[in-house]
Ligand binder design. Sequence first.
Ligand code: ZN
Length: 310
Amino acid sequence: MLTQIKGLHHVTSMAGDARTNNAFFTEELGLRRVKKTVNFDAPDVYHLYYGDEIGTPGSVMTYFPFPHIAKGKFGAGEVGTTVFSVPEGALGYWRERLPGFGVKGLGEETVFGEERLKFLGPDGDSFALVEAKGDARAPYGAGAVPADQGIRGFQGASLRLRDGGATGELLRFMGYQEQDRQGDVTRFAIPGGNGADVIDLEVLPGAPLARLGAGSVHHIAFAVENRAAQLEVRKALMDTGYNVTPVIDRDYFWAIYFRTPGGVLFEVATNEPGFDRDEDSAHLGEALKLPTQHEWLRPQLEKTLQPLEG
Ligand code: ZN
């Protein structure tokens, strides 16, 4: 069993309109945009990162906005709901706040004894807020939501699968422990994690397979401290039979990817070097940052990428 994985690092999803996406996460949810860059493989579209003040691993929601992309079809083989942790007593604030922005899909639910406020993102993305107990992480307090009500980061996410067996085994191998079961859902958590500790496996045997599109999660990334820990995880996964990519430099972290038995794309990302690697922490996310190999495209991209503000 691995001990290097410390919870989630980031969740990356697909969006339609970049400007709507930016407004939703910064003005409505009160996260900080910690990086404005482009997709490594499709540099004509943005890669936007939102999180706490410095984009601490476990708080980072990222998006690839493709202007004319079709909506995703939700189903099995993907991340279901992404759950954000808020301070105890904060749900009442959010119940009043979100309807004012016309947020859709609002509803209350109790999951493993925790009260949640669920809601949808602009592309139908499935989210929930939960008052997670014992979460000491500080919300971003200089944005649109006061610090005592703000999002601390992820509590975790759910995976929707036709069969949870092999993915449950994988999570145990990654260091997660089964905590509870409720109906079709099994809750796993990582002891001593970074706060973004929970993965719920939701088993839906007859569900149609998901189709990736706007509002779908593209992949979910788990955090390791550094590159040495990442290489240990990579070797252990390959020894177990997983097909893992080589280490890829993503400028703000190093990444490896592999497909899980249930069809979900997993990444393992390093906490180093972080989002202040190429801009001052006081101005994170303000300037357009380009990967070195795409820097030559800057004059064109500055004309074609849709302005996010103004
Ligand atoms: Zn990623």
